[in-house]
Design a protein around this ligand. Sequence first.
Ligand code: UDX
Length: 431
Amino acid sequence: MKICVIGSGYVGLVSGACFAELGNNVTCVDNKLNKINNLKNGVIPIYEPGLDELIIRNFEQKRLQFTTNISKSIKKADLIFICVGTPTKTKSNEADLKYVFQVVKIIKKNLNKYKIIITKSTVPVTTGDKIQRLLTTKTNKKLFEVVSNPEFLREGEAIRDFMFPDRVVVGTNSKKANNILKNLYSPIIKKKGIYFNTSRRAAEVIKYAANAFLATKITFINEISNLCEKLKVDVTDVSIGIGADERIGSRFLRAGPGYGGSCFPKDTRALVSTSKKFKTNLSIVNSTIHSNDNRYKYLLTRIKQILNNKLKSKKITFLGVTFKAGTDDMRDSASLKLIPYLVKKGSKVSYYEPTGIKNEFDKKKVFYFNNIKDACKNSDLLIIHTEWNEFKQLNFNWLNNKKKLKIYDLRNLYSPAKMKNKNIEYFSIGR
Ligand code: UDX
């Protein structure tokens, strides 16, 4: 199949490179010339393990091209994947679809043969209907289908999630389009997972409902962890005990600093915004948003307790500041709320981050170190913020400076029992 992927960002590049890896002829389009030129030179604009070699290999095999010429790519293509950004509107919780509709207008001018237009970007429910209306003229009804094919890619695991999905969801009532998409995904479905065809709107709901449910599941265990701290119960035992029930499932039950990233915060808000439009109250998703937005306050209370309510002049070191391990993405990371507060209260905050220095922090007030040892020197409190492997076997002799080191482990990487034997006061989540 000749595939055109519009939008060479996170979803577009991963999807385009994986479709090429499966033997398709793929053109990734973007309106930023420098990004396209960099991609042609093997310079990949996003941090995603394994993506650079996948792109370089398929580019060299000429299965994957990059261009800014959107009209030519659309004309050539059989399948057009819309992978442009759908950021949250500043004044509301709605997804901003301006980029999507800009692309649709260009597609409309280039419908030279039958094409399937597929939304892979996360778009609000009924967007497919709007796109269909925008594209339709008196003469071109049979020249296209608009299909929803949401992605379920986690940052840091995107290639694996694409190549080994639990399910491929394709929203269309067109038998022809469904057969073409089923054929496109057949090499992946053979390995694992299911191919699920449903209506276009149902596919759009599935994307939002999946993310909202996962965000709710995480928030649920985070709140249970607060209770566990009061009851002196280990929340990781509770996660195991309930997760063993197949109706619950053991994944996404790790208590932590709250969810962040480019999807859960955005998609939960967009889903609530859609529900309001259709006069439906999603009270549970609303509670999830509220609970997660306020989780940092609970963590700050614990930090104050750990430091005997003395934050001023205390040296606090963060290990990791991104929203999770395996990514360089800072969007909605808990550190963006924790660190500015601590600095404002007079703490001296330093951090080590595997993906490098972050511009989100004022370099004059928050100090980046390119190694763990220097970052932790003379620390009063070490906060393990993300679960990078390099944080799982810390050399505590290194870290044990003159002061009695305290560790607040937001990812429960260590066992409290083992930490008792070292000259370290160890605190964690839900334990
Ligand atoms: C998520 C969805 O998983 C993915 O299917 C969707 O396509 C995009 O959004 P992503 O945001 O990249 O992926 O990361 P994910 O691994 O889902 O983690 C999201 C947040 O939840 C992170 O802040 C992570 O630290 C947190 N999390 C995840 C927990 O706190 N506990 C868990 O058990 C799992």
